[in-house]
Design a protein around this ligand. Structure first.
Ligand SMILES: C[S@@+](CC[C@H](N)C(=O)[O-])C[C@H]1O[C@@H](n2cnc3c(N)ncnc32)[C@H](O)[C@@H]1O
Length: 306
């Protein structure tokens, strides 16, 4: 197991020597930037701080704003927070998104509606415990932070440098920033040079309007259809997790496992938070089966397939 992990890391980090020691810092294992990607800098973070006001997105500054007078925050204090109408609904769920929200979590507008709720992110991370993971569409860090708490090594990629800066900031709130290599770049360009035990795919679902679609087919996923996403991920590893909308076409999802020969094992899981159906997680390949200590709402929705 340990030697397998070392193998994965060596093949990811082209500059790593064969004498690698498990006690080296994560920063020392950081791969060298290639032409089509770069690691996050302090400058990125400063830019993001200027753009994101009070934890809200810069790009909705021009939109109509709504004042929400919140009589009581979590610790009983009076607060007044300005949020866009779109963000308002998610703001009320802020502690479900990040339990440490009050410590200084920041999100832009897309981050608010696309971050994986913390309870579900913990579930995903539990299944990857002790292994190396690539979070291909990391957003503001909801999943990457939980992976960092439980996994051996995490690479978090996002095409949007502001998202990467937000994710880095949020990782600091959880004290796990040193356990994640953040990369600002296009997953599809990076994939051929990556190696890990598990690839985690939480792609854009096309915004909150995904809920209005009766049967969400794989071609509706962004930035490419689900078949393309899956095939690119397969180049890295057969162990793939996809976090998908609750209305995803499950027949199409099952077909994905047949793209591999022999077909991959597949486990489909419905994810609820406080009884609300939030999404579907599909595990392709081999994963941690011990789910002890997980909220029963998550275990109940689990369906295993051969
Ligand atoms: C649904 S969000 C991910 C949310 C994340 N799981 C979280 O919990 O914060 C999808 C992310 O994919 C990013 N993205 C879109 N196209 C990408 C690409 N080609 N490569 C890498 N990231 C991409 C977007 O910028 C967005 O932040």
């Amino acid at each position: 197991m340990l030697s397998e992990q070392m193998k994965s890391i060596r093949s990811f980090d082209l500059k790593k020597s064969a004498e690698s020691s498990l006690t080296e810092s994560y920063a020392a294992r950081r791969p060298l930037p290639a032409a089509n990607w770069r690691t996050t800098t302090e400058e990125d973070e400063e830019k993001q701080q200027q753009a994101v006001q009070a934890g809200l997105g810069a790009h909705h500054l021009k939109k109509k704003r709504k004042r929400v007078n919140l009589k009581r925050g979590r610790v009983g204090e009076r607060q007044e927070v300005t949020v866009s109408p779109l963000v308002e609904k998610y703001w009320f769920q802020r502690y479900k998104l990040f339990s440490r929200y009050d410590v200084g979590i920041r999100m832009d507008e897309e981050g608010w509606y696309s971050v994986t709720p913390e309870e579900i992110a913990i579930r995903h991370a539990e299944k990857c415990r002790g292994r190396t993971v690539i979070d291909c569409f990391a957003g503001v860090g909801g999943n990457a932070i939980q992976f960092a708490r439980m996994c051996y090594y995490v690479v978090a990629i996002d095409i949007d440098p502001q998202k990467v800066a937000l994710a880095l900031h949020n990782a600091k709130i959880y004290g796990v920033e040193d356990c994640i290599d953040f990369i600002s770049g296009d997953f599809f360009q990076l994939a051929p040079s990556l190696k890990a035990d598990i690839v985690y795919i939480s792609p854009p679902w096309g915004g909150p309007s995904y809920k209005n679609i009766q049967n969400f087919t794989l071609d509706l996923l962004k930035p490419k259809d689900g078949y393309s996403l899956f095939q690119v991920a397969q180049v890295i590893t057969p162990n793939i997790i996809m976090f998908l909308p609750r209305n995803i076409d499950l027949n199409q999802v099952e077909e994905l496992s047949w793209l591999s020969s022999p077909p991959l094992e597949i486990e489909i899981e419905k994810n609820y938070v406080d009884g609300n159906f939030k999404g579907i997680t599909v595990y392709f390949g081999r994963f941690e089966s011990d789910v002890s200590g997980l909220p029963s709402s998550l275990e109940d929705g689990s369906v295993s397939k051969g």
